[in-house]
Every structure is written in structure tokens, then in C-alpha cells.
Design a protein around this ligand. Structure first.
Ligand code: ZN
Ligand code: ZN
Length: 497
């Protein structure tokens, strides 16, 4: 049996493919790993039972709508390499049912094996997303993906901007602490996975090039599929179902087929109105102004700036009338009364900026912007990069990857914070002043590794780390207030919308 599979692998390598391909042993190994990952075989039994392997290949071929031969033929191996959802195709329980001769037990339908939610309104939160996608469009796409399921069932969903949410969506690279089997594999292969109720998590491979406008990997389709899992749906054997395991492009047809609708209604029932709303794929081709006709309850999202929902990279104040908040390749300006701008792209404002900013400050003496990232620093007069910059500032003794940087009025210098130390910097020479670095203990009550800091026009210094802030009194050199910045500081622009 083992030999048959190998010889078939060799055969197709020679006759069919005509391009370099893994050696037969590798192809067999890859197929075994694939069948284990997706629930067709068990790892412990890999070498013990080749009859089982053939049965698994048959089952895989059947579920994948391929000719059922039990052999690893070309089409089967190619199909295994198609982009898909990282979730198992069949549950272990069902696999055991089928392969241990327990067929006389009453077979359960796929959707009743799952756990479900015991409420009809769920909240969700989008923890992060690829920097190249517009926050507004991502949020619209996520909303639309939840709504797809809400339109055909009794479920309703809303975004939770802070605090606990039932379902959390996040993008990760590679291994992300939910088991080796869930580690992402770079572009292609497994695109995303999720957890059945009531864990409430869906993870997306950050290494894919995601898109919401037709080119690249369509994020909306994958969102809608993974949300199906978070609601309790398993993979569908129907090729046209949204819950089929393989990645589908956004087509013209309805996204949900009858099997998807039966599955969700089996868990949660039909919409209270009894009316199903189905939208064709073309309604989801763009999310800039997503607001399909004929569907109630869709309004333009309440768009709190992206930085409000997570940690930002740096913050500064231009000594005139604007705060600057940096995150990824974007920045926002916030006026004194808390009005936030649209997100802007760093390189549209500053010439040849870093890809993102680790620390930023504006000099109180001449209004120049300083950016720090890695071992380098950038200095701008307005949007013009000064001659000689970026410089390798670590050569002058400045710390690499500074936590934060501040213009400190009492000293008339920049102060860089890094770990348990702080450095006072001479702006002319970009060197560390004598007697520095010193211990962070001078800044009583300020934690190590803060992510951002600025001197506010009110004279206080605000340090940021995670969702928290500390207000530091320059005169008395102590923390006078602390809390959650997004909720407590109206000037940061997260409370208005
Ligand atoms: Zn899936
Ligand atoms: Zn994961």
C-alpha cells in the first residue's frame, strides 16, 4: 500500500507536472501532515496504518469533490495546496464514527455537534488589522460580514469599542500562542482560523496580502467564513457554501447557500421577521461607502479613530495648536478641543520618513520634529528632512529603539526614555549630556517601557503605556493622576464620536 502511494507520486511527478516538485517521500509526508491538520487522520497512527491513510485520502477526495481513488494523485496533491481555512474539515468525533465502525450509531448532523451561544445579541471587537487597509473599510467589511449571518438568522451583532466583547478578531504572523497546529504558514495555505463557541476568536494570517477591493485575497469573504465558525458552524461539504473549506473569490452570486442558511438557523432560528435578506457578491466589492439599499439598520459606522482602539506608537505636540498621534504608517492630528483629523500617511507629510515611528518629539526651542526608529533618527523643519538625516544616532551614544522621547522644558533638551534609564540629549550635537543616562527612579511613579510621552500645553507631562496613562507634575516631580487615556482624557480625541 505504502509503495503504491509512493509509486503513484513518482508517476505523476514524471508524467504530469513537468516542474520541480518535492521528492516523493516529501510529498507523502506533506500529505500526511495535511490530513492530520485537517482532521482526517491522527498523528500517532501515521506509520501504523496505511489502510487508514488510503481511507483518509478517499474521504478527503470525496469532501473536495475530486475523483475518489484513495491515491495521492496530481489533482489531490494540488488541491491540498490550495488556499483555505485552517480549521479541521471534520471533527475528530465524526472521524471516529466513520472509521471505527460505529456507523450504526445515529449520525449527528454536522451543525448539532457544536456548541452555540445562548444569547441572540453578540458584541465583537477588531483588535488590529493590516496597516495598508483603511480602518474605516475594515470596520465596514467586518460589520457586513456579521450582518450576512444576522440577515438570515435571529442573531444580531454590534461592535464594542472597548471593554469585553463576545467575539474578537485579530491578525497574527506565524506562531501566535494558540498551538503549533494553528501557527500561520505565510502567504497561501491556511489563511485564517477561528474557535467554536463560546471562545469567540477568529485569527487571520497577517502574511496574506488582504484586500477589500477585488484584487488580492478578499478579506470580506474570509471574515464571513470565520465568523461562521465563531457562531458554531463547521465546514460544509457543499462546494458553493460559504462554509466550504477552500478560499473562494467574491463572486456575483449570494454568498450564503442553502446549507449555510440551514446550518445557522438550526442553531439560532430564523429572523424574527421571518424574512431573509440575501445580498449578491457585488454589494461587497467596495467598502468605502458601504450602505446597501433595501437593508435596514445599516448606517455609516461610528468611526472612532483607529488609535483609540489600541496602543499608539508615539505622540507629540507641535507647540502651537495640534497634537500628533502616530500609529504604523499613519498619523492623526487632534486640535485642543479634541477634534480628530482623518488618518494621514506619514510620507505624504514628511519627506523620506521611517516606515513607522518608535518615538517622536517636537523641539520647544525651534519647533523641529524628531523621529526615532531603531538606531536612527530623523529631523524635520516643517516637512523638509534636514541635511544629513536620517542619522545613525546610536553612534553618538543614544539608545537604540527608544521607548519614548520628550522635549523637557525645564532643561531645554530632548529626553529619551529607554528601559530603566533616561538620557538627556543635546539637540545641536545629538550627543548625550554629561552625567546621563540616569535612573528612571528620578521620574517617580512612571513605569518602564512606556510607549509614548508628551508635554501637554497645560504644563503636565503625560506618559502612555497600553491603555493607561500617567500625568506627571513637572514642578513637584510626581504622578498626580492616572487612568485610561481613551476614556479619561478628552483632549486625545476618543470621546467625541
Ligand atoms: Zn473554515
Ligand atoms: Zn490562532
Amino acid at each position: 500500500m505504502h509503495n503504491t502511494i509512493i509509486s503513484l507520486v513518482i508517476l505523476f511527478i514524471i508524467t504530469d507536472l513537468g516542474f520541480p516538485y518535492p521528492a516523493p517521500e516529501d510529498a507523502l509526508h506533506n500529505a500526511q501532515v495535511f490530513l492530520e491538520k485537517y482532521g482526517y487522520t491522527e498523528k500517532e497512527k501515521r506509520d501504523a496504518n496505511l489502510v487508514q491513510l488510503e481511507a483518509a485520502v478517499r474521504h478527503y477526495q470525496w469532501l473536495s469533490h475530486l475523483p475518489v481513488s484513495g491515491h495521492l494523485d496530481v489533482r489531490t496533491v494540488l488541491q491540498m495546496n490550495e488556499p483555505r481555512c485552517g480549521m479541521k474539515d471534520i471533527s475528530q468525533a465524526r472521524w471516529l464514527e466513520q472509521f471505527n465502525g460505529l456507523v450504526n450509531r445515529k449520525r449527528k448532523k454536522r451543525y448539532t455537534l457544536n456548541k452555540k451561544w445562548y444569547k441572540h445579541h453578540l458584541t465583537y471587537q477588531i483588535l488590529n488589522w493590516p496597516w495598508y487597509l483603511s480602518p474605516h473599510q475594515v470596520r465596514q467589511a467586518v460589520k457586513a460580514a456579521f450582518q450576512l449571518w444576522g440577515n438570515v438568522s435571529s442573531m444580531a451583532f454590534s461592535e464594542s469599542m472597548s471593554g469585553a466583547a463576545d467575539i474578537r478578531l485579530a491578525f497574527f504572523d506565524g506562531d501566535h500562542n494558540d498551538g503549533a497546529i494553528n501557527a500561520f504558514d505565510g502567504p497561501g495555505g491556511a489563511l485564517a482560523h477561528a474557535f467554536f463557541p463560546r471562545r469567540g476568536e477568529a485569527h487571520f494570517d497577517n502574511a496574506e496580502h488582504w484586500s477589500l477591493n477585488g484584487r488580492g485575497r478578499n478579506l470580506f469573504v474570509v471574515l464571513a467564513h470565520e465568523i461562521g465558525h465563531t457562531l458554531g458552524l463547521q465546514h460544509s461539504p457543499f462546494k458553493n457554501a460559504l462554509m466550504a473549506p477552500y478560499y473562494k473569490k467574491l463572486g456575483k452570486d449570494y454568498l450564503l447557500n442553502f446549507d449555510d442558511i440551514l446550518a445557522i438557523q438550526n442553531l439560532y432560528g430564523a429572523p424574527p421577521s421571518g424574512k431573509l435578506v440575501q445580498l449578491p457578491g457585488k454589494e461587497f466589492a467596495f467598502f468605502q461607502d458601504w450602505n446597501p439599499k433595501g437593508v435596514e439598520g445599516f448606517t455609516t459606522a461610528n468611526t472612532k479613530p483607529f488609535y483609540c482602539q489600541s496602543v499608539f506608537d508615539a505622540i507629540t505636540w507641535d507647540m502651537e495648536n495640534l497634537f500628533y498621534i502616530f500609529k504604523g504608517r499613519q498619523f492623526w492630528t487632534v486640535s485642543l478641543n479634541g477634534n480628530v483629523s482623518e488618518p494621514h500617511i506619514l510620507k505624504h507629510r514628511w519627506k523620506r520618513p521611517p516606515a513607522y515611528v518608535e518615538a517622536a518629539a517636537v523641539s520647544g526651542s525651534d519647533g523641529k520634529f524628531y523621529f526615532f526608529k531603531g538606531s536612527k533618527c530623523w529631523r524635520y523643519k516643517e516637512s523638509k528632512l534636514e541635511a544629513g538625516f536620517p542619522q545613525k544616532c546610536s553612534d553618538y551614544g543614544l539608545p537604540q529603539h527608544p521607548d519614548t522621547v520628550l522635549y523637557f522644558q525645564p532643561l531645554g533638551h530632548l529626553v529619551i526614555f529607554k528601559g530603566t534609564k533616561y538620557y538627556v540629549i543635546n539637540e545641536e550635537t545629538l550627543t548625550v549630556e554629561p552625567y546621563y543616562p540616569r535612573s528612571l527612579k528620578d521620574w517617580k511613579g512612571i513605569p518602564t517601557e512606556t510607549t509614548a510621552v508628551l508635554t501637554h500645553p497645560d504644563g503636565s507631562i503625560y506618559f502612555f503605556k497600553g491603555e493607561k496613562y500617567w500625568m506627571f507634575d513637572q514642578d513637584n516631580l510626581r504622578v498626580t493622576a492616572s487612568g485610561k487615556w481613551a476614556e479619561d482624557l478628552s483632549w486625545i480625541g476618543c470621546k467625541n464620536s
